[in-house]
Design a protein around this ligand. Structure first.
Ligand SMILES: Nc1ncnc2c1ncn2[C@@H]1O[C@H](COP(=O)(O)OP(=O)(O)OP(=O)(O)O)[C@@H](O)[C@H]1O
Length: 443
């Protein structure tokens, strides 16, 4: 036994080429996993959480090389006493041996079960593939394992269709454990299951992890699931890890606004415990053209204000949303004008005055009729004058030069909060710097 982690992922990257034309010329790349690093200790469960599309599954399949990583290292320090070795450099034979030590569990257990094979033979199959020729011994191991996962030895000869979703996932667990792996990567193992059986499967995973001394990478989009089974959690957003730390610490003291937003989405029976309405609207942007700087800045409720202004935070967020939509040419002023006209029911001869159109657009974006900061209001007003007069591109330029957040200008580095808790956000970096200053220096 050593103190070295079982798995060390270093700057792992998976960029999918985007090609065009009959010659499949590469015109870009989807940076699904864009330089992530973490360790998993022996016997530890690390959760990898984030919304759909953040790159969690791609990270998992790149670690076990179901997909070929395009960069970085995956150092595995398995029990063969050879020390940490880089999975990304393994040849076929080494990869086969590694895949015995590192098993995956998927969201849909049916996908890995052959409907024409008894579940016992399905579970026993990999024993045969890896050289166990004694059929009776194989059967004995599998029958014991079926009992370990809460099924019975008698289930050996039954077929997948005879089992419920939860039972099939138990079979999935048995299949993953049959070769006595050191690492299990579980990709959303309970997401496809009825809520009523999720807790059972999660507590089974927890029990098996302890009993078999497994290290686990547990992938989920659901923070509440992660809390139950993980020692530490890594929060992933658009190909990057934005926060990592011990589960209790991350849950009680989240440092990254994205973590905060994910936590606020957990339903709690006690409304007093609910975190204040953080609106995680919209989808994760495309990894083909991720936002500059901090990738979360386009959705962040704490996006940092420019020093020039002092606005209510929600108005600053709205201003940036408005700016981005105008720059993207996505604000249809004429459609707004028509709808204002229709509402006024003025017979259609008179078009809505610009002021009414502006009010409607402000309303759509959650912008007040007048911003509290005079300088910001002046610049917003100027942009509206251009916009309602059909000069959309100029309005976009005016907004883009007037309203800029430091979050989009450079990429935040990790700040260390102690005990391995780290987050990559300018806000926390700024707070830490402020704390380091002597007390007599004004913040
Ligand atoms: N073969 C591919 N080619 C191009 N882009 C891809 C490919 N596979 C995945 N992606 C993109 O990579 C991003 C990450 O996808 P991934 O499935 O890893 O996310 P996820 O967090 O696991 O989400 P989900 O839970 O929905 O699977 C997505 O934007 C996805 O569209």
């Amino acid at each position: 036994m050593t103190d070295r982690p079982l798995l060390s992922v270093r700057n792992l990257e998976k960029h999918y080429p985007i090609t065009e034309g009959i010659l499949s010329r590469q015109v870009g790349a989807a940076r699904a996993v864009d330089g992530i690093s973490f360790d998993i200790a022996r016997g530890e469960t690390l959760g990898l959480v984030g919304e759909s599309g953040c790159g969690k599954s791609t990270a998992a399949s790149s670690i076990v090389r179901l997909e070929e990583p395009t960069g970085g290292q995956v150092l595995f320090d398995g029990g063969r006493g050879e020390g940490p070795r880089d999975v990304t450099q393994f040849d076929e034979a080494e990869l086969k041996a590694f895949r015995r030590d590192a098993q995956m569990i998927f969201q849909d257990p049916s996908s890995s079960l052959d409907p024409r094979m008894t579940v016992g033979s399905s579970v026993a199959e990999s024993l045969a593939v890896h050289g166990m020729t004694d059929r009776a011994r194989r059967r004995e191991i599998v029958e014991n394992l079926l009992e370990d996962v809460g099924l019975s030895a008698g289930d050996y000869d039954r077929y997948p269709h005879e089992f419920s979703g939860g039972q099939k996932q138990r079979i999935g667990l048995a299949r993953a454990l049959v070769l006595n792996p050191e690492l299990v990567i579980a990709d959303e193992p309970v997401s496809a299951l009825d809520v009523s059986v999720r807790a059972e499967i999660l507590s089974l995973v927890d029990r098996l992890q302890e009993r078999y001394g497994l290290s686990m990478l547990f992938i989920s989009h659901d923070m509440s699931v992660v809390r139950d089974v993980c020692d530490r959690v890594a929060v992933m957003y658009l190909g990057k890890i934005v926060e990592i730390g011990e589960t209790e610490e991350v849950f009680s003291n989240p440092q990254h606004p994205y973590t905060e937003a994910l936590l606020s989405a957990i339903p709690t029976p006690d409304p007093r415990q609910r975190r204040k309405g953080i609106d995680l609207t919209g989808k994760v942007p495309s990894p083909v053209d991720p936002p500059s700087g901090c990738r979360f800045h386009t959705r962040c409720h704490r996006v940092i204000q420019s020093d020039e202004y002092d606005l209510e935070q929600s108005h600053w967020r709205s201003l940036l949303n408005f700016r981005d939509e105008v720059v993207a040419g996505a604000v249809d002023v004429e459609a707004v004008r028509e709808s204002v006209d229709a509402d006024r029911d003025n017979g259609g001869d008179e078009t809505a005055p610009d002021a009414a159109v502006e009010r409607e657009i402000r309303d759509d974006f959650g912008l007040p009729d007048r911003l509290s900061d005079d300088a910001a209001e002046r610049r917003l007003g100027d942009a509206f004058d251009l916009l309602v007069n059909g000069a959309e591109a100029e309005a976009g330029e005016a907004l883009a030069s007037a309203f800029v957040t430091p979050c989009e200008e450079s990429t935040p580095e990790f700040t260390d909060h102690g005990d391995g808790h780290r987050s990559a956000c300018f806000l926390t970096a700024r707070d830490e710097r402020a704390l380091e200053r002597p007390a007599n220096v004004e913040r």
